[in-house]
Design a protein around this ligand. Sequence first.
Ligand SMILES: NCc1[nH]cc(CCC(=O)O)c1CC(=O)O
Length: 341
Amino acid sequence: MNFADDSSSTEKHIFIAARQAMTLQQLQRDNEQRYREIFAAAGLRRSHLIFPVFVSDRPGMIESMPGMTVTPIEKITQHVQTIVDSGILSLIVFGIPKSRDRIGSSAFDRKGVVQRAVRAIKSSFGSSVNVVTDICVCQYNLSGHCGIVASGNKRVDNDATLQILAQVAASHAEAGADVVAPSSMMDGQVRAIKSALVGFFTKTMILSYSAKHASSLYTPFRSAAFAKMKPRLDKSSYQVSYANPRQVLLEIETDISEGADIVMIKPALAYLDLVRMVKDRFCGHPVAVQNVSGEYAMIKAAAMHNLIDEEEWKVCSIASIKRAGADRIISYFALDVSKYL
Ligand SMILES: NCc1[nH]cc(CCC(=O)O)c1CC(=O)O
């Protein structure tokens, strides 16, 4: 085509539009290539990723986490199929029960929401899907704390909670969970769960949320899971302080000695030095990292305001978690980024 001054302006516009379209396509291809290279350089594979699944009897969108949904039990198989189709074969199940009581008894009910979901997933997918379940009572009890609050005072009763956590873990293992993941930060939680599993569910692994820091970054999760309750509960009496990295090492050491197959550090991004430290100190013991709801929401919110490039930050943050040494990464972005792997 000749674009000397005498050519019509329509022709010029068509040419410019075509060039822009090509550039965009090209740009997308270049970016895709760049994201693939970032992941390859970090050594990330799909098998490192674990995708979170919220199950409930009441479905819905999660307002605080745009793009995330709560899946009703009857649609769980369909939902897991989309995850499997993306090549992600591990998921972690979070339950949102219908009702709460003082001790969180729906958490260990054989017909509880997580137990039913795990049975459904396992009966459709068998061993081709690796199912991790979150073991805690905060979604199930009246206080919203991760332990049972003794009647009469406001304190979490660590030892009374251990028995309940053991029951929850056994009920999940019985339903078919491959990995149980205690997230309540009660002292002795791994030992209590191990003794409930031993002799019955010998293949069930324990992924302990060993170093779960007290953080406002769980707020979007809590807004989803705690409905009308205060999403900003102070859990600092049992979760780790950011000011105390030595405590992280002690928690990890204790959990490994109690039998944790995998230990976890969370949140992810401001804690990656600890991941490396733990990998080095504990002879490469498997470490998982949870890229939490607030980390997801920060990227989503900034991108919605056109302040950052969402795709680039999903990719770079996940790559950095891998580079720090994480063997497993639980992330709400897992499904989105799987196309670059
Ligand atoms: N104890 C349950 C649990 N398991 C994981 C998260 C947070 C996960 C996230 O923010 O993505 C929580 C909430 C909490 O501790 O208050």
